[in-house]
Design a protein around this ligand. Structure first.
Ligand code: NG1
Ligand code: ZN
Length: 521
């Protein structure tokens, strides 16, 4: 078939470096950009097949998120804007690692297994963050150019739901979110300019460009001072959400006064963390756990006000600060609080089991999912002429909250607008939000080992089952400390083992992390 001959010819222009083996991990393929030419080409092919098979639009996002500027990556987005189905992740890995001569048989194998009709039309949306891409030859279909990862997820979902979720354009995205934001903030009385002001660290990435684009839609209800906007600094270097979360300090390149409310995006703007520094110089981080707490509290209060019996839950990972889990389970009683493996797809999946599922990784990646039934009940309530004014106001707040949220994936811009709106409506300062509970001091470390895959875990990654003796060593070390907890797991995106610890003091969390690292090594 001429088509296959053409594929074979084109693919030889994008040769796979000999011996290079890559895996489609939690966030697609990610490695040094110079090794990705063949991957980009092959993922273009796979996206086309996935589109033919699902008879829907598929997304291809070129990004390496919070990784250093030299890295790049690519991931596919499934029809509802969600992560690629696991079986197709394995096809992606097979295709990526096929030697030149095996490429066509591997493609044909996927076509046969999935009974793909090759005459079916394919539709692929492509987007990229600000990283340099040497070869764009695979970008043959609808190319959105520079977009944040969540914007592309959003547009894929809009396209496949015939516009029910919104318009499949970046402008449409700004209009939907900003309209909801303006509606929500109308419920906040007498906001001062200080309350409307927010410092944003754009990580020198795509989020900075997109926040600038969006600003005019916000009618000065949010006034942003943008730092690390990409004009000088390097992407993610000493800045961005990952740096702030892991280093527990403000990014470089940001000038703020004590107490000022700040947030940092990551390189592709699907994560966000908040923070401030108080007058004695102490740094306060408000991470994904604090956001999940604020959002779930807000939603629970609204549900109580309207009298809707919807089941709300919070989904976290092992990295969630113990204080947050304790607060949610024991004080707030948002039940249940679920713990899943690291990686958004696991959290997303667990959150889908509830009427309202609030999911956040501690690192600031998260969103809220509303079941169709939940959205319908909110809509019915708004149409109900028997509800009183207070209920009506709460129902409208719920509806606009649904509209401000990007339910396809964690989204720094959408989460920022939601948090800003909640703080405004509740008349809450960032300090009051921070004081809801106090984080246990914690530490995250990376350990380089010769083969990280020898570590296997269970119980949502909270316990190691191999190598033999490792978990026992961790348990006996943890016992020496107060309020302590620790786990280790192989990273899905870097060639390292991650160590996490919590304890009563920072010194103890650090000392425990050091001891556990030695046990891993
Ligand atoms: P790994 O490298 O598997 O720990 C990291 C983050 C995840 C997730 C992915 C995808 C931590 C500890 N891990 O995964 O939460 O965001 O990257 O980007 O933050
Ligand atoms: Zn990211």
């Amino acid at each position: 078939m001429a088509l296959f001959q053409e594929v074979s010819k084109q693919s030889s222009l994008h040769p796979k470096p000999e011996g290079l083996v890559l895996q489609y991990g939690t966030a697609g393929f990610r490695t040094k950009a110079k090794h990705l030419d063949h991957i980009m080409f092959r993922m273009g092919l796979l996206a086309t097949l996935r589109s033919k098979q699902t008879k829907a639009t598929i997304g291809v996002m070129v990004t390496a998120s919070h990784n250093p500027e030299e890295d790049n990556g690519v991931k596919l987005i499934d029809p509802m804007g969600e992560m690629l189905k696991p079986l197709w992740e394995s096809y992606a890995t097979q295709l990526a690692n096929a030697e030149q001569g095996d490429l066509l048989p591997t493609l044909k194998d996927v076509i046969n297994k999935e009974a793909i009709d090759m005459n079916q039309e394919a539709n692929v949306f492509v987007g990229k963050d600000t990283r340099y891409v040497k070869n764009c030859s695979f970008l043959t279909q609808k190319n959105y150019g520079l977009v944040t990862t969540p914007q592309l997820h959003y547009m894929v979902c809009c396209q496949n739901t015939q516009g029910k979720y919104g318009e499949a354009t970046v402008e449409g995205y700004y209009r939907k979110l900003s309209k909801a934001f303006i509606q929500l903030t109308k419920n906040a009385s007498n906001r001062t300019d200080d309350q409307k002001h927010l410092c944003v660290d754009g990580a020198n990435g795509i989020g900075a460009l997109k926040v600038r684009e969006m600003e005019s839609h916000l009618q000065r209800e949010l006034q942003i001072s943008l730092f690390n906007d990409g004009s000088k600094g390097k992407l993610n270097h000493q800045c961005g959400a990952d740096f702030v979360k892991v280093q527990q300090k403000p990014p470089t390149g940001i000038k703020v006064s004590p107490g000022e409310r700040c947030c940092s995006f990551d390189g592709d703007a699907d994560r966000i963390v908040y923070y401030f520094t108080d007058s004695d110089g102490t740094f306060h981080l408000l991470d994904g756990d604090k956001m999940a707490t604020l959002i779930s509290t807000f939603l629970k209060e609204l549900l109580t006000q309207v009298g809707l019996d919807l089941k709300i839950a919070v989904v976290q990972t092992a990295y969630a600060n113990g204080s947050s889990t304790h607060y949610l389970e024991d004080t707030m009683k948002v039940l249940p609080v679920r713990c899943t493996k690291t990686g958004v797809k696991h959290l997303h999946h667990a959150a889908q089991e509830f009427d309202i599922g609030v999911y956040f990784e501690a690192n600031g990646h998260g969103t809220v999912l509303f079941s169709q039934a939940a959205e319908e009940k909110i809509q019915q309530l708004l149409e109900d002429s028997n509800i009183n004014d207070k209920q009506k106001r709460a129902a409208l707040l719920l509806q606009n909250t649904v509209n401000i949220i990007n339910q396809t994936v964690g989204d720094a811009i959408s989460d920022m607008l939601l948090i800003e709106a909640i703080l405004a409506i509740k008349g809450m300062t960032v300090q009051q939000w921070d004081a809801i509970y106090r984080d246990l001091p914690n530490r995250q470390l990376k350990v380089k080992v010769s083969d990280r895959r020898v570590i296997d875990t269970t119980d949502a990654e909270r316990r190691a089952v191999s190598p033999a003796g490792l978990q026992e060593a961790i348990d006996s070390t943890v016992k020496k400390y107060t309020q302590a907890r620790s786990f280790v797991r192989p990273s899905g995106t870097e060639d390292v083992v991650r160590v996490y610890t919590e304890a009563d003091t920072q010194e103890n969390a650090d000392a425990l992390a050091h001891e556990v690292s030695l046990a891993v090594f």
